[in-house]
Design a protein around this ligand. Structure first.
Ligand SMILES: [Zn+2]
Length: 221
């Protein structure tokens, strides 16, 4: 899934308004960032199916970045790290960040064809394969985007930069996600690895910058 992760993240600002949405987005995309790291190390990879030109999806071997059990552990680790400075709100921030990391398993599980393992590569896999019907998959992502953006709109009334900026960036990611429909040639493996690592970092950094003023105003009250 593409923009769906980002949309769930900005929507989660409703549950943790004092946390910069950049952190929320990074938590929701952590699995893809880790996929890039593990793929770079040669431990995980994507396979291009022979009928990629008509199917537009990849098959993945990614037990460490996208398995349920590892994602719970990654979620706990990132949750502990991000929630450190939040004092009395620490527990809540921890839960929101950890839940966002684990939400990646559910969202990707709905769409991936080969499925996401529960624990190791040979454990049972969860994959409903919505990618087989890409227009329907993209419509679902669009609906999630509208809900996430609407929730963020209600949270970000204190800063126009945050409100319009974060939602505009999310809509750009939505448009990028739709381009999947016309991709017929898979990118070279190296470019994919670079993309998995860079995209979560760059996107969450942009959103962090846009959301900075809102969080400062939120924390001052
Ligand atoms: Zn993923």
């Amino acid at each position: 899934m593409g923009v769906g992760h980002v949309a769930v993240a900005i929507g989660a600002a409703k549950a943790a308004p004092r946390v910069n949405a950049g952190w929320l987005v990074f938590a929701a995309l952590l699995a893809d960032f880790l996929l890039g790291i593990f793929a770079y190390l040669g431990l995980e990879h994507a396979t291009v199916p022979p009928d990629f030109a008509s199917k537009h999806y990849f098959l993945f071997t990614f037990p460490y970045s996208h398995g349920l059990l590892p994602l719970i552990l990654w979620g706990v680790l990132l949750g502990l790290l991000v929630s450190l400075p939040y004092g009395s709100a620490r527990k809540r921030v921890f839960v929101v960040i950890a839940a966002l990391v684990v939400s990646h398993f559910i969202l990707d599980g709905i769409v991936h064809v080969a499925g996401l393992p529960l624990a190791g590569e040979n454990s049972p896999k969860f994959g409903l394969g919505l990618y087989r019907n890409l227009p329907l998959e993209l419509t679902l992502e669009t609906v999630i985007t509208l809900v996430g953006a609407a929730l963020f709109w209600t949270v970000a009334s204190r800063s126009a930069i945050s409100r319009y900026g974060v939602i505009l960036v999310t809509l750009i990611v939505l448009a990028l996600t739709w381009t999947q429909l016309v991709v017929v040639l898979p990118p070279p493996p190296r470019a994919m690895v670079a993309d998995w690592i860079a995209f979560p970092l760059i996107l969450s950094a942009i959103i962090y910058g846009l959301d900075w003023k809102r969080v400062r105003a939120e924390s001052a009250t």
